[in-house]
Design a protein around this ligand. Structure first.
Ligand code: F6R
Length: 613
């Protein structure tokens, strides 16, 4: 979604801001802008579209000296919520005096009455945004102390914000604050960088401070002073980012998505390494914070998440019931938070989120904590809000996922859920032998995935038979049902082919009416329990002229007979094989989208981290 960068220090502010915005491009946006201080005035440059447009526009509008002015600035990439993605609606926004500039992520829910009140006392607004209203409100509150003005204004607003504010009347500082929208501050050597996402900071420093909700900071080139909105000082530790700047580059691949698909043997290795105990036939996940008694008394596991993370949760549901003999259910986070869920202290709530910032998942975490459940998280981004608010859980260690379409985070989520199920299983009903067998299957996952990735060129050839389709159906049973959902999501979001995932048995209850000659059916027909039934469903589709692309188990000649085309994955346990199967579908979606010339890493209308409801 929207991205914020702020800079104060010894380098040329415009270049730092534009480079920072570039690092945030993967999050999805539709316009961009920046503001720098030029003596006693604020200079602004904005543009619809890409950061490259903003760079060019700034170069044309500003003198070379201004474009390389050392000092202070703030910048923003916008994902439109209030008003279309035009230049005038792009951030930064100025207050009435035009001395104060503001960039803002989040939504000010009560901006309409505030705008009406300010208009009543002579304020004039140019944009349709809630952000311009907040800028004017800060200006109205400014009686000579910018920090106090921001505090006073934020006391009057409802909603969410991550903001950075500068003023020509108080150069040498930026005020930044958060509620519900992340802000991280990079502490460099004679320079400080503010960002909504650490990827804009890695090029400068590894030392960062994460703001908590309702924190407000006064940032200079040499200091970061954090208080709460009532002006009471608070202490936040400096943390190490631990992200390699090179990890945020494409490394020779045409797209981040392809790079991230190829990284999976390594990212899965990082998720699994050191977390299996072969002697105990179990997993070592200390971050879950569970005692043997918690496991024995466990009543239910509830998995919450959105999109791809929700699909990982659905695989987890099968794993917890199969391996740990515990009732498990999965709920879309937005539904969970408003449904008044029945929860108690013997219920584990596992929040799954790559970014750790998804608004609905965060709200679900808060609801579950409020109800006294045992809440933990499964996040990729270290130090993210969900990871910090749950305080317990397991990090994926998948490295930065830049492509908007999630790939390596999904497979690591599933791998960690399998390890959680193993741990719970061993605490409840699994024998040492059973635990050991399952642990060995999990240990083999990176190698299995490597074998699927070796087939990328062949899958690219197969994609030529399917890339002109208008519709596609993905079908599967058991743990392959969520894989069908995930395969369909991947294809639709990056290729814009209309794709639906169904339980294999469900097609004949309605969707089969849509099948025509040549309609692609992507069938998860691996040699696991339920395969025979899926093959029967495939026959029903073939009889109606559909073209079948099967994901089958290597050496399964019987299944191959049913398919027009197939991709074979290595044989493994049913739960484990969800991971190589989904990797085959990721490659398929990638190659189809590539043949269609789509903008794979930043699909239209999408954002990497969805911080609005
Ligand atoms: C799809 C995708 C999204 C995310 C969803 C949740 O490829 O990436 O569906 O999975 O927006 O995001 P996180 O996992 O960050 O909570």
């Amino acid at each position: 979604m929207c991205g914020i960068v702020g800079y104060i220090g010894k380098a040329d502010a415009t270049s730092v801001l534009i480079n920072g915005l570039r690092r945030l491009e993967y999050r999805g946006y539709d316009s961009a802008g920046l503001a720098i201080l030029d003596g006693d005035r604020v200079l602004i440059s904005k543009s619809p579209g890409k950061v490259a447009n903003l760079k060019e526009q700034t170069r044309l509008a500003w003198s070379p000296e201004l474009c390389h002015r050392v000092g202070t600035g703030i910048a923003h990439t916008r994902w439109a919520t209030h008003g279309p993605p035009t230049e005038v609606n792009a951030h930064p926004h100025l207050d009435q005096s035009e001395d104060i500039a503001l960039v803002h992520n989040g939504i000010i829910e009560n901006y309409r009455p505030i705008r009406a009140r300010l208009e009543g006392i002579g304020h004039h607004f140019y944009s349709e945004t809630d952000t311009e209203v907040l800028a004017h409100l800060i200006g109205e509150c400014d009686k000579g102390d910018l920090f106090q003005a921001v505090c006073d204004a934020l006391h009057q607003v409802k909603g969410t914000f991550g903001i950075a504010v500068l003023s020509a009347r108080e150069p040498g500082k930026i005020i930044t604050a958060r509620r519900g929208s992340p802000i991280v501050i990079g502490v460099g050597d004679g320079e400080t960088i503010i960002a909504s996402d650490a990827s804009a900071i890695v090029a400068h420093t590894q030392r960062v401070v994460y703001l908590d909700d309702n924190d407000i900071a006064i940032v200079t080139a040499d200091s970061v002073e954090i208080r709460d909105l009532n002006n009471v000082p608070v202490t936040r530790e400096i943390a190490e980012l631990g992200i390699d700047a090179a990890a945020a580059e494409k490394g020779g691949f045409g797209h981040f998505m392809l790079k991230e698909i190829h990284e999976q043997p390594e990212s899965l290795g990082n998720a699994i390494r050191g977390r299996l105990d072969m002697d105990l036939g179990s997993s070592v996940l200390a971050g879950m914070g569970t005692s043997p008694r918690d496991l024995a008394e466990l009543n239910r596991v509830v998995l919450v998440g959105c999109g791809t993370s929700l699909h990982a949760g659905l695989v987890g549901e099968y794993a917890f019931e199969d391996m740990a003999d515990v009732h498990a259910e999965v709920e879309q986070a937005a539904e969970f938070r408003y449904r008044n869920p029945l929860l108690g202290s013997r219920d584990f709530v596992i929040a799954i989120s790559q970014s750790g910032e998804t608004a609905d998942t965060l709200a679900a975490v808060r609801e579950a904590k409020q109800k006294g459940a045992f809440v933990m998280s499964l996040c990729n981004v270290v130090g993210s809000t969900i990871a910090r608010e749950t305080g317990r859980g397991v990090y994926l260690h998948a490295g930065p996922e830049i492509s908007v379409a999630s790939t390596k985070a999904f497979t690591s989520q599933v791998a960690v859920l399998l390890m959680m199920a193993l741990k719970l299983g061993r605490g409840r009903r699994l024998s040492l032998d059973e635990g050991n067998r399952f642990a060995k299957e999990i240990e083999a996952i990176p190698a299995l995935v490597g074998r699927v990735i070796l087939q990328s060129a062949r899958i690219a050839e197969l994609a030529k038979e399917y890339y002109q389709a208008q519709h596609a159906f993905f079908i599967g049973r058991g743990p392959m049902y969520p894989v069908a959902l995930e395969g369909a999501l991947k294809l639709k979001e990056i290729s814009y082919i209309h794709a639906e995932g169904y339980h294999a048995a469900e097609l004949k209850h309605g969707p089969i009416a849509l099948l025509e000659k040549g309609t692609p059916i992507i069938a998860l027909a691996c040699d696991i329990p339920g395969k025979d039934k899926t093959l029967g469903n495939i026959e029903e589709c073939r009889a109606r002229g559909a073209r079948i692309l099967g994901i089958i188990t290597e050496g399964d000649d019987e299944a191959a007979e049913y398919m027009d085309d197939y991709i074979a994955i290595p044989r493994s346990n049913a739960l484990v094989s969800t991971i190589p199967a989904v990797v085959a579908l990721q490659l398929f979606a990638y190659h189809v989208a590539n043949l269609r010339g789509c903008e794979i890493d930043q699909p239209r209308n999408l954002a990497k981290s969805v911080t609005v409801e």
